[in-house]
Design a protein around this ligand. Structure first.
Ligand code: GLC
Ligand code: CA
Length: 536
């Protein structure tokens, strides 16, 4: 890949694949690596630069693979290490890079280290690779809550407790232990040697805990996505870990990257993760948490660009991922700015799709790197009516759990056909697909003018051609409710976020729009919730 331009990641479009829901090759109802491999031509034609694969490692699947039992083995439900290698090689052959998910904050409780720690008993050095403590009488060692509900501590039969910021099946590693750091350096090299182009770092802000594991205090209502100061998140010590990882990444040719899932109290604190000697990118959750409203959008776009510019990193933009309500629904809901833990609600599907398309076209016009989540290019809605019996999010059945509604964005992709599983695989699908999804399938939208898939393909192709490099953006005056900016000398983006149509002088040639923009005698009429790109 040496002939590719340098710094490919600074403006890359990176497509998140949730392996269990993308494509199922063997018919067991769960997507797998051979399934992804067979769909690479789709990703090439979509025009993405890279894919990020959620975890496919050996795992009891207590949290859909974010509970890893062996970091160097592929879970048999997803395939083999050879399948992973073949997928990476084939992806490179079609010009798509591959980023894998690394889960360093916690392992599975079935990981051999945790099993050894349990077997050895209190006082054993093998317990020090996790956080084992004696309780306070009958109570856990401190007052930390688990993000998935209940206390962050579980007692084992010999009386000690272990820490798990997530589910009890996900014990937190003790990153002060040199063996943990060594192990992860080896894991990084294992996947880099296999050829991956980078890592998405799960819970990147969580690895280091405040010494002594102090109580949070009276108010323990914080959660992962709403972190103020807390003794378990965004501690200064995490940055040393990432400096070490950056040195490893830089040893490999081809600009291997890492992107942090780091929820921090301010954008400046997020930017700390992407200083020149640390990771390359961090997800912009501030943007994801912003309402569909001109002033709010302008403010967060400016603040994001400024914070990342200050450290020389590109800004990233995301609207959907496997943890939040799909933006087809979310941007229509009350509290649009609360991205997680909210019960998704039914919205007017047509209006939701119109707004989501506009939001996506805006996102793709912004300077920096765009993260897309599988299915958004089809305009898939959140599935809001999954029966409790099929739900698998580990927090669903835990009262006060933050994330219990994450299954609705994880329903398998419709590829073709008129009935479920819509070409997802030869069998069924692990979550049921709505009967209305036939018209949203890839086959139904392929080549159809005006379809959401066509809009994404066209926008991704145009993006390479017409968008200036760099992070400069100039806001333009525009009628109320309209967001307007230019990049370079010849590109303008106009987004009508208001309730009614707006008319204005057409600024040039219309390149693409998310809805029907009319131009007559040099006057453009832009419908509500519509984004448009213009060549000046
Ligand atoms: C991250 C993942 C989420 C997972 C959690 C625990 O937030 O995105 O899916 O449940 O970490 O690993
Ligand atoms: Ca399968």
């Amino acid at each position: 890949m040496s002939d590719l331009p340098p710094a490919w990641w600074r403006d890359a479009v990176i497509y998140q694949i949730y392996p269990r829901s993308f494509a199922d090759a063997n018919g067991d109802g769960i997507g797998d690596l051979p399934g992804i491999r067979s769909r690479l031509p789709y990703l090439r034609d979509l025009g993405v630069d890279a894919v990020w694969l959620s975890p496919f490692y050996l795992s009891p699947q207590a949290d859909a693979g974010y509970d890893v039992a062996d970091y160097r083995t592929v879970d048999p439900i997803f395939g083999t290490v050879e399948d992973a290698r073949g997928l990476v090689d084939d992806a490179h052959d079609v010009g798509v890079r591959v980023i894998v998910d690394l889960v360093p904050n916690h392992s599975s409780d079935q990981h051999v280290w945790f099993q050894q720690a349990l077997a050895e008993g209190p006082g054993s050095p093998l317990r020090e690779r996790y956080h084992f403590r004696d309780g306070r009488g009958d109570l856990p060692p401190n007052d930390w809550p688990s993000i998935f509900g209940g206390p962050a501590w579980t007692q084992v039969p010999d009386g000690q407790w272990y820490l798990h910021l997530f589910a009890p099946e996900q014990p937190d590693f003790n990153w002060d232990h040199p063996a943990v750091a060594d192990e992860f350096r080896t894991i990084l090299r294992f996947w880099l040697d296999l050829g991956v182009d980078g890592f998405r770092i799960d819970v990147a802000h969580g690895l280091v805990k405040e010494a002594g594991l102090p109580d949070i205090g009276a108010d323990t209502s914080w959660h992962l996505l709403d972190v103020g100061e807390s003794p378990c998140f965004d501690r200064p010590g995490v940055h040393e870990i990432y400096r070490g990882w950056r040195r490893i990444l830089d040893e490999y040719p081809g600009e291997r990257i890492a992107v942090a899932e780091a929820w921090a109290p301010t954008l400046a604190r997020v930017a700390d993760y992407v200083r020149p000697d640390e990771l390359h990118q961090a997800f912009n959750f501030s943007y994801m948490s912003t309402a569909w409203q001109v002033e709010a959008q302008r403010e967060v776009i400016d603040a994001s660009l400024a914070a990342m510019h200050a450290v020389g990193a590109p800004t990233t933009w995301t609207l959907s991922n496997h943890d939040v309500v799909r933006h087809t629904n979310r941007l229509m809901q009350e509290n649009q700015g609360e991205v997680a833990g909210r019960r998704p609600t039914e919205v007017d599907a047509e209006a939701g799709l119109r707004r989501a398309r506009a939001a996506s076209l805006l996102l793709l016009a912004l300077p920096g790197s765009a993260y897309l989540y599988q299915g958004e290019e089809l305009g898939l809605p959140e599935v809001v009516d999954l029966p409790a019996s099929v739900r698998q999010d580990p927090a669903f059945h835990r009262a006060a759990g933050q994330d219990g509604y994450r299954d609705g964005c994880r329903v398998p992709i419709p590829w073709s056909g008129t009935a479920a599983p819509y070409g997802f695989g030869p069998g069924s699908s692990w979550l049921p697909q709505p009967s209305s999804w036939a018209s949203l399938s890839v086959a139904a939208q392929d080549g159809v003018p005006g379809s959401t898939l066509t809009m994404y393909r066209d926008a991704l192709a145009l993006r390479r051609k017409v968008l200036a490099a760099g992070d400069a953006l100039t806001w333009q005056d525009a009628p109320g409710g309209v967001l307007a900016f230019e990049r370079g000398a010849s590109f303008r983006c106009l987004v009508n976020m208001g309730d009614g149509p707006v008319t204005l002088d057409a600024p040039g040639e219309l390149l693409i729009a998310s809805g029907p923009v009319a131009i007559e005698n040099g006057i453009a009429t832009i419908p509500p919730d519509t984004a448009s790109w213009w060549s000046l």
